[in-house]
Design a binder for this molecule. Structure first.
Ligand SMILES: CC(=O)N[C@@H]([C@@H](O)[C@H](O)[C@H](O)CO)[C@@H](O)CC(=O)C(=O)O
Length: 301
């Protein structure tokens, strides 16, 4: 029995660090940093997946051989620690991308991603799909993600057009890393991906909250290298609705200036004092109960 496409794939979700490439002072790749880098991401940032050799990793400024060495080091040091190592294989020459895809499969990477070539550009979505297919053919068992980043490639085809029908050409296709601000296109990618169980990973870190509303499954970005812990808390609050639960609780507890002022006193420790008549002071016990909810919320309970 041939498994249905995507049935055995670990779905890419949550926060993924788009990693930097450590270099020595002389400008050579510094593989010795990768082991400690992985421990730092896991222990200090609670980030367990990486996207390597991408934009943040200066992938397009590295040689094919350097990219292979880096990919091998991330996979080797990440084995048993990282959940997913996604290797970006985009290059100007399809031959180089194919070689990197083949290599990624041989070292046990969890997935590959590819940008559009940007000197000779695909004329339409058909041409880009064909390019992605021919790269994927060198790693047919690895999940393939289209890396949409028009600000860097200058290829402004709608990502949703690229996705349309791609599953018929690339059985291993698993989604899109969307580094763009066109929310209509992003929303269409999310809709199309639902029926294929693909991942739409957002790549504009400063707009992540907005993209979550559209239903993206996670995010790949540079700032999660050092802000992962905080952004993970935001994702958890968004996921379980606790942020809204808190506001709901607050409103249902009878929310007015008196309550608000007393809650501020309780939470901040600053003496806001009572409200002025005709407002009546909020009972301290009520404000304390709300303050406790806020404390629980900020501690992730
Ligand atoms: C253009 C760019 O570099 N975008 C970053 C963002 O993480 C970006 O650094 C962040 O949103 C700050 O602008 C990522 O989307 C890039 C990325 O994931 C990668 O390194 O491949």
């Amino acid at each position: 029995l041939t498994p249905a496409p995507g049935c055995c794939v670990k779905k890419l979700t949550g926060l993924v660090a788009a990693t930097f490439t450590p270099l020595t002072a002389e400008g050579e790749i510094n593989l010795s940093v990768i082991g400690p880098y992985i421990d730092y991401l896991i222990e200090k940032q609670n980030v367990k997946s990486v996207f390597i050799n991408g934009t943040t990793g200066e992938g397009c400024s590295l040689t094919v051989d350097e990219r292979k060495q880096l990919a091998a080091a991330w996979c080797q040091h990440g084995k048993g620690k990282l959940e997913q190592v996604i290797v970006h294989v985009g290059c100007m020459s399809i031959k180089d991308s194919q070689e990197l895809a083949r290599h990624a499969a041989s070292i046990g990477a969890d997935g590959i991603a590819v940008i559009s070539p940007s000197f000779f550009k695909p004329i339409n979505a058909d041409a880009l799909r064909l390019f992605i297919k021919e790269v994927s053919a060198f790693a047919p068992d690895l999940p393939m993600y289209y890396y949409h980043i028009p600000s860097m490639t200058g290829v402004a085809l709608d990502a949703a057009d690229v996705l349309n029908g791609i599953e018929q050409m690339i059985p291993s296709f698993q989604g899109v890393k969307y580094t763009g601000t066109d929310l209509r296109d992003l929303g269409q990618c999310v809709c199309y991906s639902q029926s294929h169980n693909w991942s739409v990973m957002f790549g504009v870190d400063e707009q992540l909250l907005g993209a979550l509303v559209l239903g993206v499954h996670g995010a790949v970005g540079s700032t999660y290298n050092y802000l992962g812990r905080i952004v993970n808390q935001m994702l958890a609050a968004f996921d379980n609705g606790s942020l809204y639960f808190y506001y709901y609780y607050l409103c249902s507890a009878g929310f007015d200036v008196s309550v608000n002022k007393q809650v501020m006193s309780e939470v901040s420790g600053l003496a806001m004092g009572p409200p002025r008549l005709p407002l009546l002071p909020c009972p301290v016990s009520k404000a304390q109960a709300i303050a406790q909810k806020i404390k629980d919320f900020s501690q992730g309970h």
